[in-house]
Design a protein around this ligand. Structure first.
Ligand SMILES: [Zn+2]
Length: 231
């Protein structure tokens, strides 16, 4: 009797947990501004991580019944492991954070600077499938200026993590504020999520827009000027 009850409870708990897992994924709810990382996240070096991921990914393919002796498939676990650590999730590691040097604003250019249509590739942390879109960033110089390609690099660094678009937007804006030593920063992201288009609701037409405005960009006139530039 007792055993049956416990089994029923466990089944119920599992069902609730499964429903919750689906709901959080499909609703795309993020939980924090900081990427949830454990304290020991970088105790292992990249080489070790690649070896371990290779083994685990091999198991996943094995479980699905794929023939890993096939020439086309046998290198896949290694390729995926290298891609995770060295490319698409390399932004998890602070060691890969772009080193930003600022320059004096010699021209005394004190209007807004906008870099629009920055290519953005990220991955959804709920499904590990791509988020593809554009980021538009702007700032008003506080006396220092940044090399334009560094704006791309900052976007790229935070995009190369398992992400939620809202968090990605905030992380980019916060880093720009920090390096540029100003609150006068705007970041807009317009992106398509493959977890929305290739699975689940299967909507291939929608895109998601998020925005973060600081300092002068909270003024509607300044914000509208920026929005006019990126439209
Ligand atoms: Zn997703």
């Amino acid at each position: 009797m007792k055993l049956k009850e416990t089994m029923l409870n466990t089944q119920l708990n599992n069902t609730v947990e499964n429903l919750l897992i689906d709901a959080i994924g499909d609703e795309h709810v993020g939980t924090s501004y900081d990427t949830p990382l454990r304290e020991d996240a970088f105790d292992l070096d990249d080489e070790t991580k690649i070896e371990m991921i290779e083994k685990h990914f091999k198991s996943i393919m094995d479980i699905m019944g794929l023939d890993l002796t096939d020439d086309s498939l046998k290198g896949t676990p290694k390729r995926v492991a290298k891609m995770y650590i060295n490319e698409i999730f390399s932004g998890l590691n602070p060691a890969n954070k772009p080193d930003i040097k600022l320059f004096d604003n010699k021209y005394q250019y004190n209007q807004m600077l906008v870099e629009k249509n920055i290519t953005l590739f990220s991955n959804c942390e709920h499904h590990f499938v791509p988020i593809i879109g554009k980021a538009h960033v702007a700032y008003i110089s506080s006396g220092k200026v940044i090399g334009l390609s560094k704006l791309n690099r900052i976007v790229q660094y935070y995009a190369q993590r398992p992400q939620v678009q809202e968090r990605l937007n905030i992380q980019i804006a916060n880093e720009l504020k920090r390096v540029l030593e100003t609150e006068d920063v705007a970041v807009v992201i317009d992106a398509s999520h493959l977890c929305v288009s290739s699975r689940g609701i299967k909507d291939t037409q929608s895109s998601t827009i998020t925005a973060e405005y600081g300092g002068a960009f909270l003024n509607p006139d300044v914000r509208n000027e920026f929005l006019k530039h990126i439209s």
